[in-house]
Design a protein around this ligand. Structure first.
Ligand code: AMP
Length: 480
């Protein structure tokens, strides 16, 4: 399958070629023709699968004819966070470079009057976070009667962030005859209900099983000793020391370091800088302009380490991220998937290492339940995943797992998990399901190495480096 098979305009095909994409990813191949036909889409796809282009590309062609009236955008894309909204806006710049469409970004933290002025000029594509959109609507700066295409992106994140009532309110402001595209990394019941309510006879597309982690991510878990010293903060101090040790040993090219609380983001950030590991921080309490600036510096390599809260976990597309560290085990298991999904992107290998104490066991079990495998335990003195202790052989449960300097006997559940254990590393790529292998064999997406390797610098690929991501070669599973 090539892009010109999908029915996109010449201008778009040129922009796609400029971006260096040779073939559509599975979600693009599946979704684009249907969006162009005006069908609703219910897409179960994670970021990193090329899903943004699967709706921005056809949207640009659909909107090519016609002009926007003042305050009446012709399409609306809802994103849960300002960072994701900004990222989608960048995609429009990349793909829409040969078209004359206008776009506006409506996100919190920016000046309302400036945004109102932009809306007044008329915009074809409005990319917004729900809160700011409702605010602007209520102030009379915006009318949604002319929206032809409505995209609800990262729906499960909207759900987590409590935005679903806002999304429902917004949908009620839109004209009934429109195309609606809903994307979600997972399909919990509440999102399925939303889809049933707002989509008409949607084309259902799934490109990766919900909550799966990329096979290119090497995961590791470092269980830390609980100290006898119960003084407040002692455990945190040990964790910070362990983090620095891990960073020194791993020598990451760049890394995101996730903390559960904003307060800890600040503390870990200060601590790393004190130890001459230059780090920036990112969390929701920071001014929007500073968040954007920090992110930009991190993306272009000016900053090596970024300590952040989950605001940075979803969707951020930094193709060459070598490491993710979880300073804290996330309390929502799905956040683990999203956090570690910031590395191992675009088919590259990434490492995701998590620090944990005995108190985190409950959360670790929940995580291991959803990812379907235990996270390999790390030896505290090396960061090598203990492939000998914990192996595929089924003997894993007989070996006590490493627990700091002590050893602990795994619980019944842990034993069971260990029996099903397989190391999450490059090796997993070899243990992919027969179905995936079959689809990969069928797909020439990855097989024609002449297309994916050794292309020249003049033909730089935007966002993906010079590598066609293996996980993008998974075939779509469509129903309906
Ligand atoms: P997304 O899932 O939308 O976050 O996209 C992830 C990355 O894939 C982005 O860096 C895109 O630039 C890149 N990408 C999107 N479509 C393609 C394609 N057809 N070929 C190669 N890279 C792509």
């Amino acid at each position: 399958m090539i892009f010109s098979d999908l029915g996109l305009s010449e201008e778009l095909l040129r922009a796609i070629a400029d971006a260096g994409y040779s073939e559509p990813t599975p979600i693009q191949a599946e979704a684009i023709p249907y969006v162009l036909m005006g069908r609703d889409i219910c897409g179960c796809a994670q970021t990193g699968t090329g899903k943004t282009a699967s709706f921005t590309l056809p949207l640009i062609d659909i909107l090519a004819a016609g002009r926007a009236k003042a305050r009446m955008p012709r399409s609306l894309i809802l994103e849960p966070t300002r960072e994701l909204a900004a990222q989608v806006a960048e995609s429009f710049d990349t793909y829409g470079k040969h078209s004359k469409l206008t776009k506006a970004l409506l996100i919190g933290g920016e000046n309302l009057n400036d945004q109102a002025k932009v809306l007044n000029k008329g915009v074809d594509v409005l990319i917004a976070t729900p809160g700011r959109l409702i605010d602007m609507f209520e102030r009379g700066h915006l009318l949604l009667n002319d929206v032809k295409v409505f995209v609800i992106d990262e729906s499960d994140r909207m759900l987590d962030m409590g935005f679903i009532p806002d999304v429902e309110r917004i949908a009620a402001m839109l004209p009934p005859f429109r195309t609606t595209l809903l994307f979600s990394a997972t399909m919990p019941a509440a999102i399925r209900k939303l889809a049933d309510k707002f989509l008409m006879n949607p084309r259902e597309i799934t490109v990766a099983p919900a909550s799966s982690t990329a096979s290119t991510i090497v995961q590791g878990l470092l269980m830390l000793d609980k100290t006898s010293d119960q003084a407040q903060g002692a455990e945190q101090k040990i964790k910070r020391q362990a983090l620095r040790d891990l960073i020194r040993r791993e020598a990451p090219r760049n890394a995101l370091i996730f903390c559960n609380r904003k307060r800890d983001v600040d503390i870990v950030h200060r601590s790393l800088n004190r130890h001459e590991m230059e780090a920036a921080r990112l969390h929701g309490d920071m001014a929007q302009s500073l968040r954007m600036e920090t992110l930009e510096k991190f993306k272009n390599g000016e900053i090596k380490y970024m300590v952040c809260s989950d605001v940075a976990a979803r969707g951020l597309d930094i193709p060459e991220m070598s490491h993710v560290f979880n300073f804290d085990v996330p309390t929502h298991a799905e956040d683990y998937v999203h956090r570690i999904g910031r590395t191992g992107r675009a088919g590259r290998e990434g490492r995701a290492l998590t620090l944990a104490t005995a108190e985190d066991r409950k959360y670790l079990r929940a995580i291991e339940d959803i990812i379907g495998i235990p996270i390999p335990r790390l030896d505290q003195n090396t960061t090598t995943v203990q492939e000998t202790n914990i192996s595929n052989s089924g003997k894993a449960a007989e070996n006590p797992l490493y627990f700091g300097q002590k050893r602990f006997t795994p619980s019944k559940k842990e034993k069971q998990n260990s029996r099903e254990f397989h190391i999450v590393s490059k090796k997993v790529a070899k243990t992919k399901s027969t179905r995936t292998n079959r689809l990969e064999k069928k797909s020439k997406f990855n097989n024609d190495s002449s297309k994916t390797e050794g292309h020249d610098d003049n033909n730089a690929i935007v966002g993906m480096g010079d590598h066609i991501p293996a996980f993008m070669t998974r075939g779509p599973v469509s129903t309906s």
